[in-house]
Each structure stands twice: as structure tokens, then as C-alpha cells.
Write a protein that binds this ligand. Sequence first.
Ligand code: GDP
Ligand code: IMO
Ligand code: MG
Length: 427
Amino acid sequence: MPALVLLGAQWGDEGKGKATDLLGGSVDYVVRYQGGNNAGHTVVVGDQKYALHLLPSGILSPGCTPVIGNGVVVDPAVLLSELSGLAERGVDTSKLLISGNAHLITPYHTTIDKVTERFLGKRRIGTTGRGIGPTYADKINRVGIRVQDLFDESILRQKVEAALDQKNQILAKLYNRRAIMADQVVEELLGYAERIGDYVCDTTLILNNALDEGKVVLFEGGQGTLLDVDHGTYPFVTSSNPTAGGACTGSGVGPTRINRVIGILKAYTTRVGAGPFPTELFDEDGEKLRRIGGERGVTTGRDRRCGWFDAVIARYATRVNGLTDFFLTKLDVLTGWERIPVCVAYEIDGRRVEELPYNQSDFHHAKPIYEMLPGWSEDISKAKSFEDLPKNAQAYVKALEEMSGAPISAIGVGPGRDETIQINPFL
Ligand code: GDP
Ligand code: IMO
Ligand code: MG
């Protein structure tokens, strides 16, 4: 009954989509358990490139059932457009399952996300503007709209009216925006009901039954550990739990059923949006990482902030997720540097600190302490085994493994499915 979690070990965009897709052919179910269409995964299959936001990356593997779990927030317009985009390219989307308990992102959530960011000005989070935070806020506040509400018009209307009674006050009085008409929202949502209805089911029951039958279930995280609302760099985080525990609450599968937790770890670091980032580079090296790594957001098109590898963060990800393995991605991007700095600890107010400080102000002051590792210049994109890598690349991987606290079981040397070195099998 193997159940695996695959999640981001840094600030997102580590290459989760590629890693999930790689395993997709060998698993029966791929489950998104949190986040929404703030995620942006690029998956390269042969000469085809796919950008996925809401749908689990397993949708590209025939034979694999993609599942949107209860912990996800679903924008129905985005869902339908992503589905039709894939169908036009010949991808079979008919197997998709959606939890009736997942919450809906409505037009007012997206509006509130955008106006709140504008209102915050300099203090903004730099959200993706997809309505993620306001939708989770309504969920926790018990005024959210769930997927299942689409199929009961009177309940839907009551809930939308109740939510808008309050939100329109905020929109009009605080943000000076026009009120949103409940009728319009209800009409739009009802328009989706029929097109989504066939996908909606009790995903918790299906997943637990599948595990009882010995099927393989892969939980695919959106975002990353440092964007987790509890364990990340709050308040510069997303509004859900990408960390391993989120796989349980976001799917209704208990922790005793999960036997492997794989952290996807970029060979350097990137971040999108505001918030602290100790190893961030503002020089030519940062520009070079951005250019060679193609570090531009899949969802918002924003340039990603780039910096060197941070072992303090990797160790933290191992700890809060109980990682069993790492999948190190984008090692090829580091080809060509004579020496590669790696952050091994921080200096905070004159002290050497080995672990991520739990205090936000300390983290904001953290200065990286670097160790210099020798680089390599050989093209590694065709490497098929660890031994194919140049000695210095092997040493870089080994050093990262030692510092990060879990074995590196796979290495990405290019964006394609086959540009991967598998050291220990995941299944
Ligand atoms: P995700 O959000 O974690 O799925 O990651 P993104 O898709 O947002 O960003 C990762 C980017 O790196 C994508 O463009 C991938 O195609 C690409 N990628 C993934 N693994 C590798 C790798 O090992 N080498 C290179 N060069 N690119 C990779
Ligand atoms: P994937 O799945 C990188 C960031 C946003 C912002 C913060 C909050 O591709 O790794 P939100 O819209 O979620 O309320 O924004 O989180 N963010 C991501 N950064 N990759 C992502 O997803 C992200 N999803 C959200 O930039 O800083
Ligand atoms: Mg991404």
C-alpha cells in the first residue's frame, strides 16, 4: 500500500511537476492536497511542454487517476479552461476526481485578493492574485462555498448572499469598490455545476479503498515548505499547508498510511513574491542563475528571485516534513561556475546559527555563512548515472546530502522526463 508525498523543500518552483510526472507512470493516483491555481508546474514530455496550475501533474500519465483533494481551493473557471486546454492537446482528462469538500474560489475572492494587496502597498505579500488567501480565510471562518454547494441552488444562494453581505461592506467602505451582486455570482457558479458534476465524489473513501487494495497513491504538494502558513516565513507565505501533514488533512488519508516523503530540492534557491531570503543574490551571479535556470514564474510571469543553495533551509525541510529522501533538481544549471558558494549556517547579530531561527526578526537579519565548493564545466545533461557526473558535481551532491539530513535519491539534469539520474528507486 505505498503512499508517497512529494513536496517542495524550499519556496516553491523546485521542479515538483517534473518529479510527479516522472513517477506518474508507476502510480495509480496523484492527489493535490492543498493550494489552488497559485501553483505553476512546467512539465516537459518529449517535445511537448505543459503548464499546469490546478490539476495534478499525474493527469499527463495515462493510467493514473488525478485527484483534487478536500484541502485544495478550486477556481471552477480555471479548472474548466485547464481541462479543455489539455483535452485539445489529446490528453485524457476523464478520470479526474474532485472532492465535494474542496472550497471554491469565487470572483469575489479574487477581487479581494487583488484589492487587499493594493491596500497593503509596501507591506504587500506579493500574492499570485488568484484569490487563494481570501478563500482559505472564508473556509476557516466557516463562510466558504464548497464544491458540493454547486449542486444545491438554494444552499448556494444562501451561502453566497451571507458571504457577500459582509464582503460588500468591506469592498465598498474600506476599498472604495463597487459591491458584487449575489445573483451574478450564483448564476456564474451554477453554470459550472453541470460541467463539473461528473468529477465530484467522495475522494477520501476512494483513496482509502485504493490503499486497502494495494494501489500506489502519490500526494503532490503545491508551493513549498517555507511558504507553509504554519512552518514558513509567515506572513510571507501562502494560506495552506504544503508540508507533509497537509497531505493527510487535505486528503483524508491518515499519517500511518504514508511511507515515504520526498522533498524536491533545487540545487540553488529561488523565491517569488516578498519576504526574507538570506542567500538572495543581487549581482551577476543571480542574473546568470535566472537566465540559465529560466527562473520566471509559470503562473504570474514574474522574475524569480535567485540565490545560492541554503543548507539551513534544507535541514529545516527535512525536520518539519520528516523527509525520507530528496530529489535534487536543476544541477545542470550550476555547470560553468568555477566555485559554488553554499550557505551552511547563518550569522545573526554576531552569532553563528545552524538551524532556522523560529523568530521572524532573527530570520530577517540572518546573513549567510558560505562554504565554497569547486565547480565543474562539463555538460552533465546527458548523465544517466551518478558516476557519469564530473567528480566535482558528485562532490557537490554529496556535500548537499550531508548538510541536508536525508539521502538524495534522484538528480535532475534537465527539464525532460528522461533527464534524471535515479540513485535509489522511489517505488
Ligand atoms: P514546480 O512549481 O515545483 O513544479 O516547478 P516549476 O515548474 O514552477 O519550475 C521548475 C522549472 O524547472 C520548470 O521549468 C521545469 O521544466 C524545470 N526543471 C525541472 N527539473 C529540472 C532540471 O533538473 N534541470 C533543468 N534545467 N530544469 C528543470
Ligand atoms: P508552485 O506550486 C512559488 C507565493 C506567492 C506569494 C505567496 C502567497 O509553482 O511551487 P498566494 O497567491 O499563494 O496567496 O501567494 O506565495 N507562491 C508561490 N511561489 N511557487 C508557487 O507555486 C507559489 N504559490 C504561491 O508568490 O509570495
Ligand atoms: Mg512552480
